[in-house]
Design a protein around this ligand. Structure first.
Ligand code: SF4
Ligand code: SF4
Ligand code: SF4
Length: 289
């Protein structure tokens, strides 16, 4: 289990601890007002300077040896703060982890606070101008979003029953979208997202710059070699480039260090040769999140 589960999981996974979805947390931190302020100003917030650094043109600065390291540490520390933030304009305490479909279903069925909605993904909107409804929100977050028309999908129905939310999530996951769950902010869990790389503002900093913006899943992929016919379908599906063909044997090879444990490669395997293993029982990646 990752450090988040050990501290906040009450003996299980942090995102399956119902306490983090509760009304008590909402009331204790005045979350309605906090989130309304944050999401009213979402686009401005994502380009404003934090501690003197603006995210605009960040690629170049991230590649500078000393400045890059400073920014990486600052950003990682800010995102991973495990206390409720004071300032709604700072992206503090937005801690997330990759979740496979099975755990996402457990979140929706067993933990998510109602109302449940599906909102437009702001990462896709800001990076490619497309509105796609694929973030599933819970509780007070759903109430806040319902007040902000630009997040509300144009389709008639964006309030979902638990069953509908499960079906929507499954459809996104089968397309290859990466399941992610987020404290928003700590200690309240309100976003179950279906992300794409590189558009996701949570995944890209991790993949491109090594900023700890999202934890790998509690799982890693396993391959049953005698079932695999090396068709290569999973190579195309893996959003993290963790699967390739050995150039000599032409057999499938998985780089466990690159595997985030999202599980989406399983959906395209015609032979059910791919399966998830708990990260902690695989010595090569145990404890590496
Ligand atoms: S975290 Fe994922 S689904 Fe949520 S807004 Fe970002 S890309 Fe979209
Ligand atoms: S190999 Fe790992 S990272 Fe790639 S799709 Fe499969 S589970 Fe996800
Ligand atoms: S999709 Fe399945 S059968 Fe095809 S290469 Fe991948 S693991 Fe092997």
């Amino acid at each position: 289990m990752c450090e988040l589960c050990m501290k906040h999981g009450a003996g299980g996974k942090w995102y399956l601890n119902a306490k983090h979805y509760s009304d008590e947390v909402v009331e204790k931190y005045g979350l309605y007002d906090f989130l309304l302020e944050q999401y009213k100003n979402f686009e401005q917030m994502s380009v404003r300077k934090v501690s003197g650094f603006s995210p605009v043109g960040m690629d170049y600065r991230m590649r500078m040896p000393i400045i890059g390291r400073i920014i990486k540490n600052m950003a990682g520390n800010m995102l991973n703060k495990q206390r409720f933030p004071k300032d709604p304009f700072k992206p503090e305490s937005h801690i997330g982890q990759i979740v496979p479909m099975e755990d996402a279903i457990a979140i929706i069925e067993e933990c998510a606070a109602e109302p449940i909605i599906e909102k437009n993904c702001m990462c896709r909107y800001m990076s490619r101008g497309e509105k796609e409804a694929c973030c599933i929100n819970f509780g007070v977050m759903s109430e806040v979003i319902s007040q902000l028309p630009r997040f509300v999908p144009e389709k008639d129905k964006f309030h979902l029953t638990r069953k509908e939310a499960v079906e929507r999530f499954k459809a996104h996951n089968r397309k290859g979208y990466i399941g992610t769950i987020w404290f928003g902010p700590f200690p309240y869990i309100n976003n179950l997202c279906s992300c794409e790389s590189p558009e996701c503002a949570g995944i890209r900093p991790r993949v491109d710059f090594g900023i700890m913006s999202v934890h790998k899943a509690e799982y890693v992929i396993g391959l049953e070699k005698n079932r695999c016919d090396d068709c290569g379908a999973c190579i195309i599906k893996c959003p993290f480039n963790a699967i390739e063909k050995d150039p000599y044997s032409r057999k499938i090879k998985i780089d466990l260090d690159k595997c985030f444990g999202c599980g989406v490669c399983r959906h395209v395997c015609p032979n059910d040769a791919l399966f998830l293993l708990p990260r902690d029982i695989v010595p090569e990646v145990a404890g590496k999140y």
